[in-house]
Design a protein around this ligand. Structure first.
Ligand SMILES: NC(=O)c1ccc[n+]([C@@H]2O[C@H](COP(=O)([O-])OP(=O)(O)OC[C@H]3O[C@@H](n4cnc5c(N)ncnc54)[C@H](OP(=O)(O)O)[C@@H]3O)[C@@H](O)[C@H]2O)c1
Length: 225
């Protein structure tokens, strides 16, 4: 079983299509039931049979717990794509939108990892956390977005140390620009025609997520060409 968050849109939805086409069992989640239903409707009936959709706000601890309570066995992989953007000169950013940014990216990641470690730290579960190239270098007019993604990186790197002797593995993913709804919901009006499509990014990520008996790919940067 693979769990994909942020699966109602963009990268998460594209990953859902790729894994469903290979008949993997999937639990997909997003906040919007309608958008999850649209993703399901794009799958073939055969693919749909292996996919369960469950709406959850990952900033709410009970929602995160309820999501994993649906599983009768530990998932093999969890791909945490959920997140949102918010940009602009810091003095023009609204405190309310900054709080939403912190919640959707940082609080959701903290609650997800808290739940996953508490349930599965003794199991062979790969947890893939999608951040951004904004977690690797500062960017003008992306200060608060960089701050939350850097914070998620700090969370992940610290938990790797806590999980040193655990079979649970944490994979860090740093995508560059992808042409998804992310830009529209972030309120930033930019031309994304040269950005990676969600399907391209999902294809590269899926191929990069490999492991052998004694090794795994731990850090993945998806740059646009
Ligand atoms: N697009 C880019 O250029 C880009 C670049 C680098 C990194 N990223 C990162 O890549 C990830 C995926 O982005 P994307 O481009 O696929 O964005 P997207 O199309 O806007 O999708 C974001 C997804 O996250 C979900 N989500 C947001 N807040 C949530 C919350 N509080 N609880 C549960 N689900 C929540 C959304 O659910 P609903 O829509 O159902 O609410 C949606 O499914 C994000 O972490 C983003 O920061 C994006």
């Amino acid at each position: 079983m693979i769990v994909i968050t942020g699966a109602s849109s963009g990268l998460g939805a594209a990953l859902t299509h790729l894994y469903a086409a290979e008949k993997h069992s999937l639990l997909i989640t997003g906040r919007s039931e309608q958008k999850l239903a649209n993703v399901m409707a794009d799958l073939t009936p055969l693919e749909q049979a292996n996919v369960t959709a469950h709406a959850a706000d990952l900033c709410v601890a009970q929602d995160v717990s309820d999501l994993f309570s649906r599983l009768s066995t530990p998932p093999s992989r969890v791909i945490h794509c959920a997140g949102s953007g918010y940009f602009g000169p810091i003095e023009q950013q609204s405190p309310h939108a900054i709080n939403q940014l912190i919640n959707n990216n940082l609080t959701s990641s903290i609650l997800m990892l808290r739940e996953l470690v508490s349930r599965y730290r003794h199991h062979k579960v790969t947890v893939v956390v999608v951040m951004s190239t904004a977690a690797q270098a500062g960017k003008a007019n992306e200060s608060t977005y960089c701050a939350v993604k850097w914070a998620v990186k700090g969370l992940l790197e610290s938990l790797r140390l806590e999980l040193k002797d655990s079979p649970m593995k944490l994979v860090a993913v740093y995508p560059g620009g992808m042409a998804t709804d992310f830009w529209q919901t972030s309120g930033k009006d930019i031309d994304t025609s040269s950005f990676m499509t969600a399907a391209e990014a999902a294809t590269m990520l899926k191929q990069a997520l490999i492991a052998t008996e004694h090794g795994y790919v731990s850090d993945i940067t998806l740059n646009r060409s």
